[in-house]
Design a protein around this ligand. Structure first.
Ligand code: DAH
Length: 360
């Protein structure tokens, strides 16, 4: 057997014995790589006589082809064996439940959803969002809103007071979002068009009252603002919010110290087998208080009541959330029960827009 023949048969048996693709690659490099045995033989051709080169060249190239062929065949075998081994070791239980995609996990609380919905609606009408602190002064929560000292309307607010300070003044947890009206008027020149959604507090707890709840205040101050504007805004809001074409509203005379005249607003509805429909029916549900801002309030907030006038309203966010989404007990909104939230909550990426739908 010539040297070339024995080299070839050695390489072929190495190929056949290679246990995996890495070992096979090592055999390939030792035979055909830059410093491989066959490459070394090919490099000797240059020094041969033309006749020798003809016979030796052909023989070496045959050996090279044979090695390449064997490498390809063995690679296929090893690949198939590796795949078989993987398939045998990895198992997939197709009966397992699917895991939620990250964007599907978690739910937006109905209150946050309603908060976003109403902000979207009023933003579309040109309202900015104003904010104020939960801890307020007596002055902003009551006095500048035309609740005189000792007036019984103060007592109706079941206020959480902090301990009196040395000068006898007391801080409190705001009982309504109306003090944000005061802050806005003191900080901003008319025309003013703001809503103030926020947390509010009163000492009260039953199926329809929680010590902490939410309100959204609205305030418009300009030279010619009047009740007609207010009615239109509230009407458009209710249609957009309850996502209906028609809504009937009833404006009843009422009393608030900070508005004159003051009104309460009911919307018409029909309750039927746990369902509620708006714009029809015999029931009237109260949803908000409103009125023309009292001249005393304007004056207390450095706005000239002889030049400017305006209107305001205050609405319970919890209440309209319950009405829209069929939540029976107010306290459920505050319990933090994940099972409840999974049922009543909203998908994180379904952001309410007027164009795309508020709640779909
Ligand atoms: N602040 C009132 C309350 O909590 C609600 C309210 C009524 C706000 C009339 C207003 C308004 O701005 O004009 O009971």
């Amino acid at each position: 057997m010539s040297d070339l023949d024995s080299l070839q048969s050695q390489i072929l048996s190495d190929i056949a014995a290679a246990p995996d693709e890495a070992a096979l690659e090592a055999v390939r490099v030792s035979a055909l790589g830059k410093k491989g045995a066959i490459s070394a033989l090919l490099a000797t051709l240059g020094k041969m006589s033309p006749d020798e080169r003809k016979t030796q060249g052909a023989a070496i190239n045959r050996a090279k082809d044979a090695v390449n062929e064997a490498l390809t065949a063995r690679r296929e075998v090893l690949k198939a064996a590796a795949l078989d081994a993987r398939l045998a070791s990895e198992t997939l239980d197709v009966t397992l439940p699917l895991r939620d995609a990250p964007a599907e996990a978690g739910r937006i609380h109905p209150l946050s959803q309603v908060w976003d919905e109403l902000t979207t609606i009023f933003a579309d009408m040109g309202f900015a969002v104003a904010e104020g602190p939960d801890i307020e002064t007596d002055d902003y929560n009551f006095t500048r809103l035309n609740f005189p000292e000792g007036h019984p309307a103060r007592e109706m607010h079941d206020t959480f007071f902090f301990n009196p300070k040395e000068d006898n003044s007391r801080l409190l947890l705001r009982t309504h979002t109306s003090p944000v009206q005061v802050r806005t008027m003191l900080n901003q020149k008319p025309p003013i068009r703001v809503i103030c959604p926020g947390r509010t507090y009163r000492i009260d707890s039953d199926a329809t009252h929680t010590p902490q709840f939410h309100q959204v205040e609205g305030l418009v101050i300009d030279k010619g603002s009047h009740l007609g504007h207010l009615k239109w805004i509230l009407h458009e809001f209710c249609k957009a919010f309850f996502e209906v074409d028609r809504i009937n509203m009833r404006f009843r005379p009422s009393f608030f110290p900070f508005t004159e005249p003051s009104l309460e607003v009911d919307i018409q509805c029909r309750r039927d087998k746990g369902e509620i429909r708006f714009g029809e029916g015999e029931d009237w549900l109260e949803i908000l208080g409103c009125g023309m801002v009292h001249p005393n309030v304007l004056a207390a907030c450095d706005i000239d009541p002889d030049v400017y006038q305006g209107f305001a309203w205050g609405m319970g966010i919890d209440r309209i959330a319950m009405l829209k989404y069929g939540i029976a007990d107010l306290r459920q909104l505050f319990e933090g029960d994940v099972r409840w939230l999974n049922h009543y909550g909203f998908k994180p990426l379904d952001i309410p827009t007027l164009a795309g739908g508020l709640s779909s």
